[in-house]
Design a protein around this ligand. Structure first.
Ligand code: ADP
Ligand code: MG
Length: 449
């Protein structure tokens, strides 16, 4: 429509202001020609109610554009998802965030394609207070957060994780779960029985295997199963350029764990501390290694109810001193998931997402040979991206289906093969005291030897 036609329509509307159909034609034309102010004036002065939800939505959006939130709210009375979203934005403008959030939730429940994270975080943004205890004092930190990134930052180093996960969240690895149950969880749950037989609870367990196969997940689940506090230590957070700082931080972490038993202290990617000299950078001195070892030995002497778990993708880079009795004396191989495990992992990661009922998990588990758990997660994420794209295109929710997963398999490549190739060489030529026997067994079983 050009401006002249619009002018004549406006003139016609002036004569018959109650003509609601003509009214909407003019409002739309104004919007299309970027005459928002005119459109708004018309809406403001109209003498009748808009009944059609699509009309309400359109008029509401124009009001929001000129920040007349009251009017937008008055106009959008319908229950459609689109109207709820306009209401949510209007309520945000009026600083009624809780009401706005309720409308926003209704909107995306009605049509997930309307999701707007930016709007959501502005509606949920509030001030939270967390107390964080460090080695020397109890500090209260005030955090203004719109999402939980800040919280994770603060909790990462010293706070135990809150969210409990258990073995059911970990697909496959039945054998390892059994061993962990016997060697870790039972001694934790029935300490006096073990004491009578002079068996110690606690000590160190090292998990190794290809990346993305569930070491970190298993460690967290172990803590969940023991109902122990879980301290997740990211080693790069401890390493500090100032002399003595790294050791102090490390000591603080062990101290924290001691005061809060039963607890599990998990050192992820432990090679960053316990690496053989050829693998460590100049800066990570042997001081931190000896600090670590003496903390561990301290635990071995006392039966403290603290379990130390370590995980690494590069077991051959770990200093043998870490494996002496009383330190990481139990070493478990976390293999890539087998056929059944992959099926379960697919199921775990599909859970809670809109998906067709007829997705054949057995078929896809066969198709994903060589995939790690993380690869499978990636696969489902990629398939979900496709479903979201399709949903946005169609303007309605399209659930995950076979086709999306087939297409995702073309994009996501398996990542465990390289690791197994490297591990095979170590297992063949540097298998001191049979430490890689589990890897050899695995390779024998799955025909890669
Ligand atoms: N056995 C598994 N069951 C379910 N999910 C898994 C499994 N293994 C890996 N994943 C998925 O991959 C992600 C990364 O796994 P992670 O435990 O961090 O691997 P690793 O520590 O061995 O490198 C997990 O957060 C999870 O989403
Ligand atoms: Mg990990």
């Amino acid at each position: 429509m050009d401006k002249n036609t619009l002018e004549s329509l406006k003139a016609a509307l002036a004569v018959t202001p109650d003509n609601s159909e003509l009214f909407m034609v003019v409002v739309k034309a104004c919007r299309d020609l970027d005459e928002y102010e005119d459109a708004y004036q018309l809406i403001k002065e109209k003498t009748f109610e808009l009944e059609n939800p699509d009309d309400q939505h359109l008029a509401g959006e124009i009001c929001i554009g000129v920040e007349d939130f009251e009017l937008a709210l008055a106009i959008c009375r319908a229950d459609t998802a689109a109207c709820q979203l306009v209401k949510a934005r209007a309520l945000l403008g009026l600083d009624r965030k809780d009401d706005g959030l309720a409308c926003y939730r209704k909107a995306i429940a009605g049509n997930p394609a309307l999701e707007d994270k930016n709007l959501e975080s502005r509606l949920t943004g509030r001030i939270t207070e967390r107390s964080v205890s460090t080695s020397d004092s109890n500090v209260k930190l005030k955090v203004i957060s719109n999402d939980d990134t800040d919280q994770t930052e603060i909790t990462r180093l010293v706070m135990p994780e809150d969210e409990k996960i258990t073995f059911t969240d970990v697909g496959g690895l039945e054998n390892i779960k059994k061993q962990i149950h016997k060697k870790i969880i039972l001694p934790f749950k029935k300490p006096s029985l073990f004491q009578r037989f002079k068996k110690k609870a606690g000590g160190g367990i090292l998990l190794y295997g290809p990346p993305g196969c569930g070491k970190t997940l298993l460690a967290r689940a172990t803590a969940g199963e023991c109902q122990a506090r879980f301290f997740n230590v990211v080693i790069s957070d401890i390493l500090d350029m100032y002399i003595g700082e790294s050791e102090r931080k490390l000591h603080a972490i062990f101290d924290n764990a001691r005061q809060d038993t039963p607890s599990v202290v998990f050192f992820d990617e432990i090679e960053a501390i316990g690496g053989k000299r050829q693998y460590t950078r100049e800066g990570t001195s042997s001081k931190i290694v000896s600090q670590f070892l003496s903390e561990m030995d301290g635990f071995a002497n006392k039966n403290t109810g603290v379990l130390i778990l370590g995980a690494t993708n590069v077991p051959w880079a770990i200093d043998p001193a870490f494996r002496r009795p009383g330190r990481f004396d139990r070493v478990l191989f976390v293999p890539p998931p087998d056929h059944e495990a992959r099926e379960r992992i697919l199921e775990i990661h599909l859970e809670g997402r809109p998906a067709d009922d007829d997705i054949d998990l057995k078929f896809f588990s066969k198709q994903s040979s060589g995939y790690s758990g993380a690869d499978i997660f990636n696969l489902i994420e990629t398939a979900s991206d496709f479903a979201i794209e399709a949903s946005l295109e169609k303007g309605e929710e399209i659930p995950l289906n076979k086709e999306f997963i087939v297409n995702a398999i073309k994009e996501v490549k398996p990542t465990t093969i390289d690791w197994l190739t490297t591990a095979r060489n170590y297992a063949r030529y540097a298998n001191e005291s049979g430490q890689y026997n589990d890897v050899l067994d695995f390779l024998k079983k799955f025909g890669k030897n």
